[in-house]
Design a protein around this ligand. Structure first.
Ligand code: PLP
Length: 357
């Protein structure tokens, strides 16, 4: 197989072990003579996978007992609507830190009053606003902990006087989180915990049943809790790979261990961005994401952008073109991205500087 350094933003790199286990289960699941996608989702063997997956979530994130972990469809984008539908009676507060936050705000507006407590839209979302007041009468406060497109991240679990809801699509399982501070944590799996097709929702059970509107069954968290994420047929293969990804993470030492590795990888790349005269970072230093590292050419060198992309491509780098709304480059260095790939990118930037400076 061709060697690449995969920096895709999502779907993205997954542990080789998880993919290998997926291939095996696709051919023959548990020596059953059938593929994992050919068996009944009501069978004992499948139930064991669901239980293992849930248990891994609970163990890795130390999720308290009064929470449930759900595996649903629809992506993080459906949660933009399900959260307000299930929680918003009068008013909700949102922190606007990027395109995903904005999409969440748009959906919430259909269900009640939405207060945007602060926004960094005026500076292309290159920092996390810190000076804001959360209205005490809001039903909940919504944040996006990692802004995948802009490379900013909220590094600590904030205090909130009202229920705290977080879209953690792109930094879930990258560091320990104090789950007890949140009412809901949700995200699409395809950035750090598995392939697309499954959405995780960690939810405190006592917050439900407080809105007066009618909830369609598929959009009612209580129905999915009651059905143990099998009210309807779950995305079995995505859940299988997610389970294998979490097993890999546990073997590696869990969230404290991966956080250390993630810090080392990010430090390595940011140090080169800051040192190299041809590149500069776009996010405010204190808010720099450990998952998505955004950078551009320095002033006077903008015309080298396409050349660097070609140069990097010829050395095996994949997925480093920045999002169309920011330009420049973005290297996504999720859990499964090996340090060797980050080092290869750093070497590539150094080499490029030698030639073009
Ligand atoms: C990718 C992403 C989303 C969208 O996820 P889907 O599963 O495609 O709906 C939402 N929020 C954040 C922070 C993301 O990175």
């Amino acid at each position: 197989m061709k060697t690449t350094h995969n920096f895709n933003a999502g779907p993205c790199i997954l542990p080789k072990e998880a993919i290998k286990a997926g291939i095996e289960a696709l051919q023959d699941f548990n020596n059953s003579g059938m593929s994992v996608i050919e068996i009944s989702h009501r069978s004992k063997d499948w139930e064991a996978v669901m239980n293992e997956c849930r248990a891994l979530w609970k163990e890795l994130l130390q999720i308290p007992d009064n929470y449930e972990v759900l595996f649903l469809g629809g992506g993080a984008s459906l949660q933009f609507c399900m959260v307000p539908m299930n929680l918003l009676e009068k008013k909700a507060a949102y922190l606007d830190t990027g395109v995903w936050a904005k999409k969440a705000i748009k959906e919430a507006k259909a269900f009640g009053e939405v207060v945007t407590v602060a926004s960094s839209a005026g500076s292309t979302y290159n920092f996390i606003p810190k000076d804001y007041t959360i209205p005490a009468d809001a039903d909940y406060f919504h944040i996006t902990t990692n802004n995948t497109i802009y490379g900013t991240e909220i590094h600590t679990d904030p205090d909130s006087p009202v229920l705290l809801v977080a879209d953690m699509s792109s930094d879930i399982m990258s560091r320990p989180v104090d789950v007890s501070k949140y009412a809901i944590i949700y995200g699409g799996a395809q950035k750090n915990v598995g392939p697309a097709g499954v959405t995780f929702v960690i939810i405190r059970k006592d917050i439900l049943g407080k809105v007066s509107r009618h909830l369609p069954s598929m959009l009612d968290y209580r129905i999915h809790i009651e059905g143990e994420s099998m009210y309807n047929t779950p995305p079995v293969f995505s859940i299988y790979i997610m389970t294998q990804t979490l097993k890999w993470l546990k073997k590696l030492g869990g969230l404290t261990a991966i956080q250390k590795i993630n810090r080392e990888k990010a430090a390595l790349l940011y140090a080169e961005i800051d040192r190299n005269s041809l590149f500069k970072g776009t996010a405010a230093k204190e808010d720099r994401s450990l998952m998505n590292i955004c950078f551009v050419m320095t002033q006077g060198h903008e015309s080298l952008e396409a050349e660097f992309l070609d140069f990097a491509k010829s050395r095996g780098m994949v997925g480093i073109k920045g999002h169309r709304s920011v330009g420049g480059f973005r290297a996504s260095v999720y859990n499964a991205c090996p340090k060797e790939s980050v080092q290869a990118l750093v070497d590539c930037m150094r080499e490029f500087e030698k030639i073009y400076k």
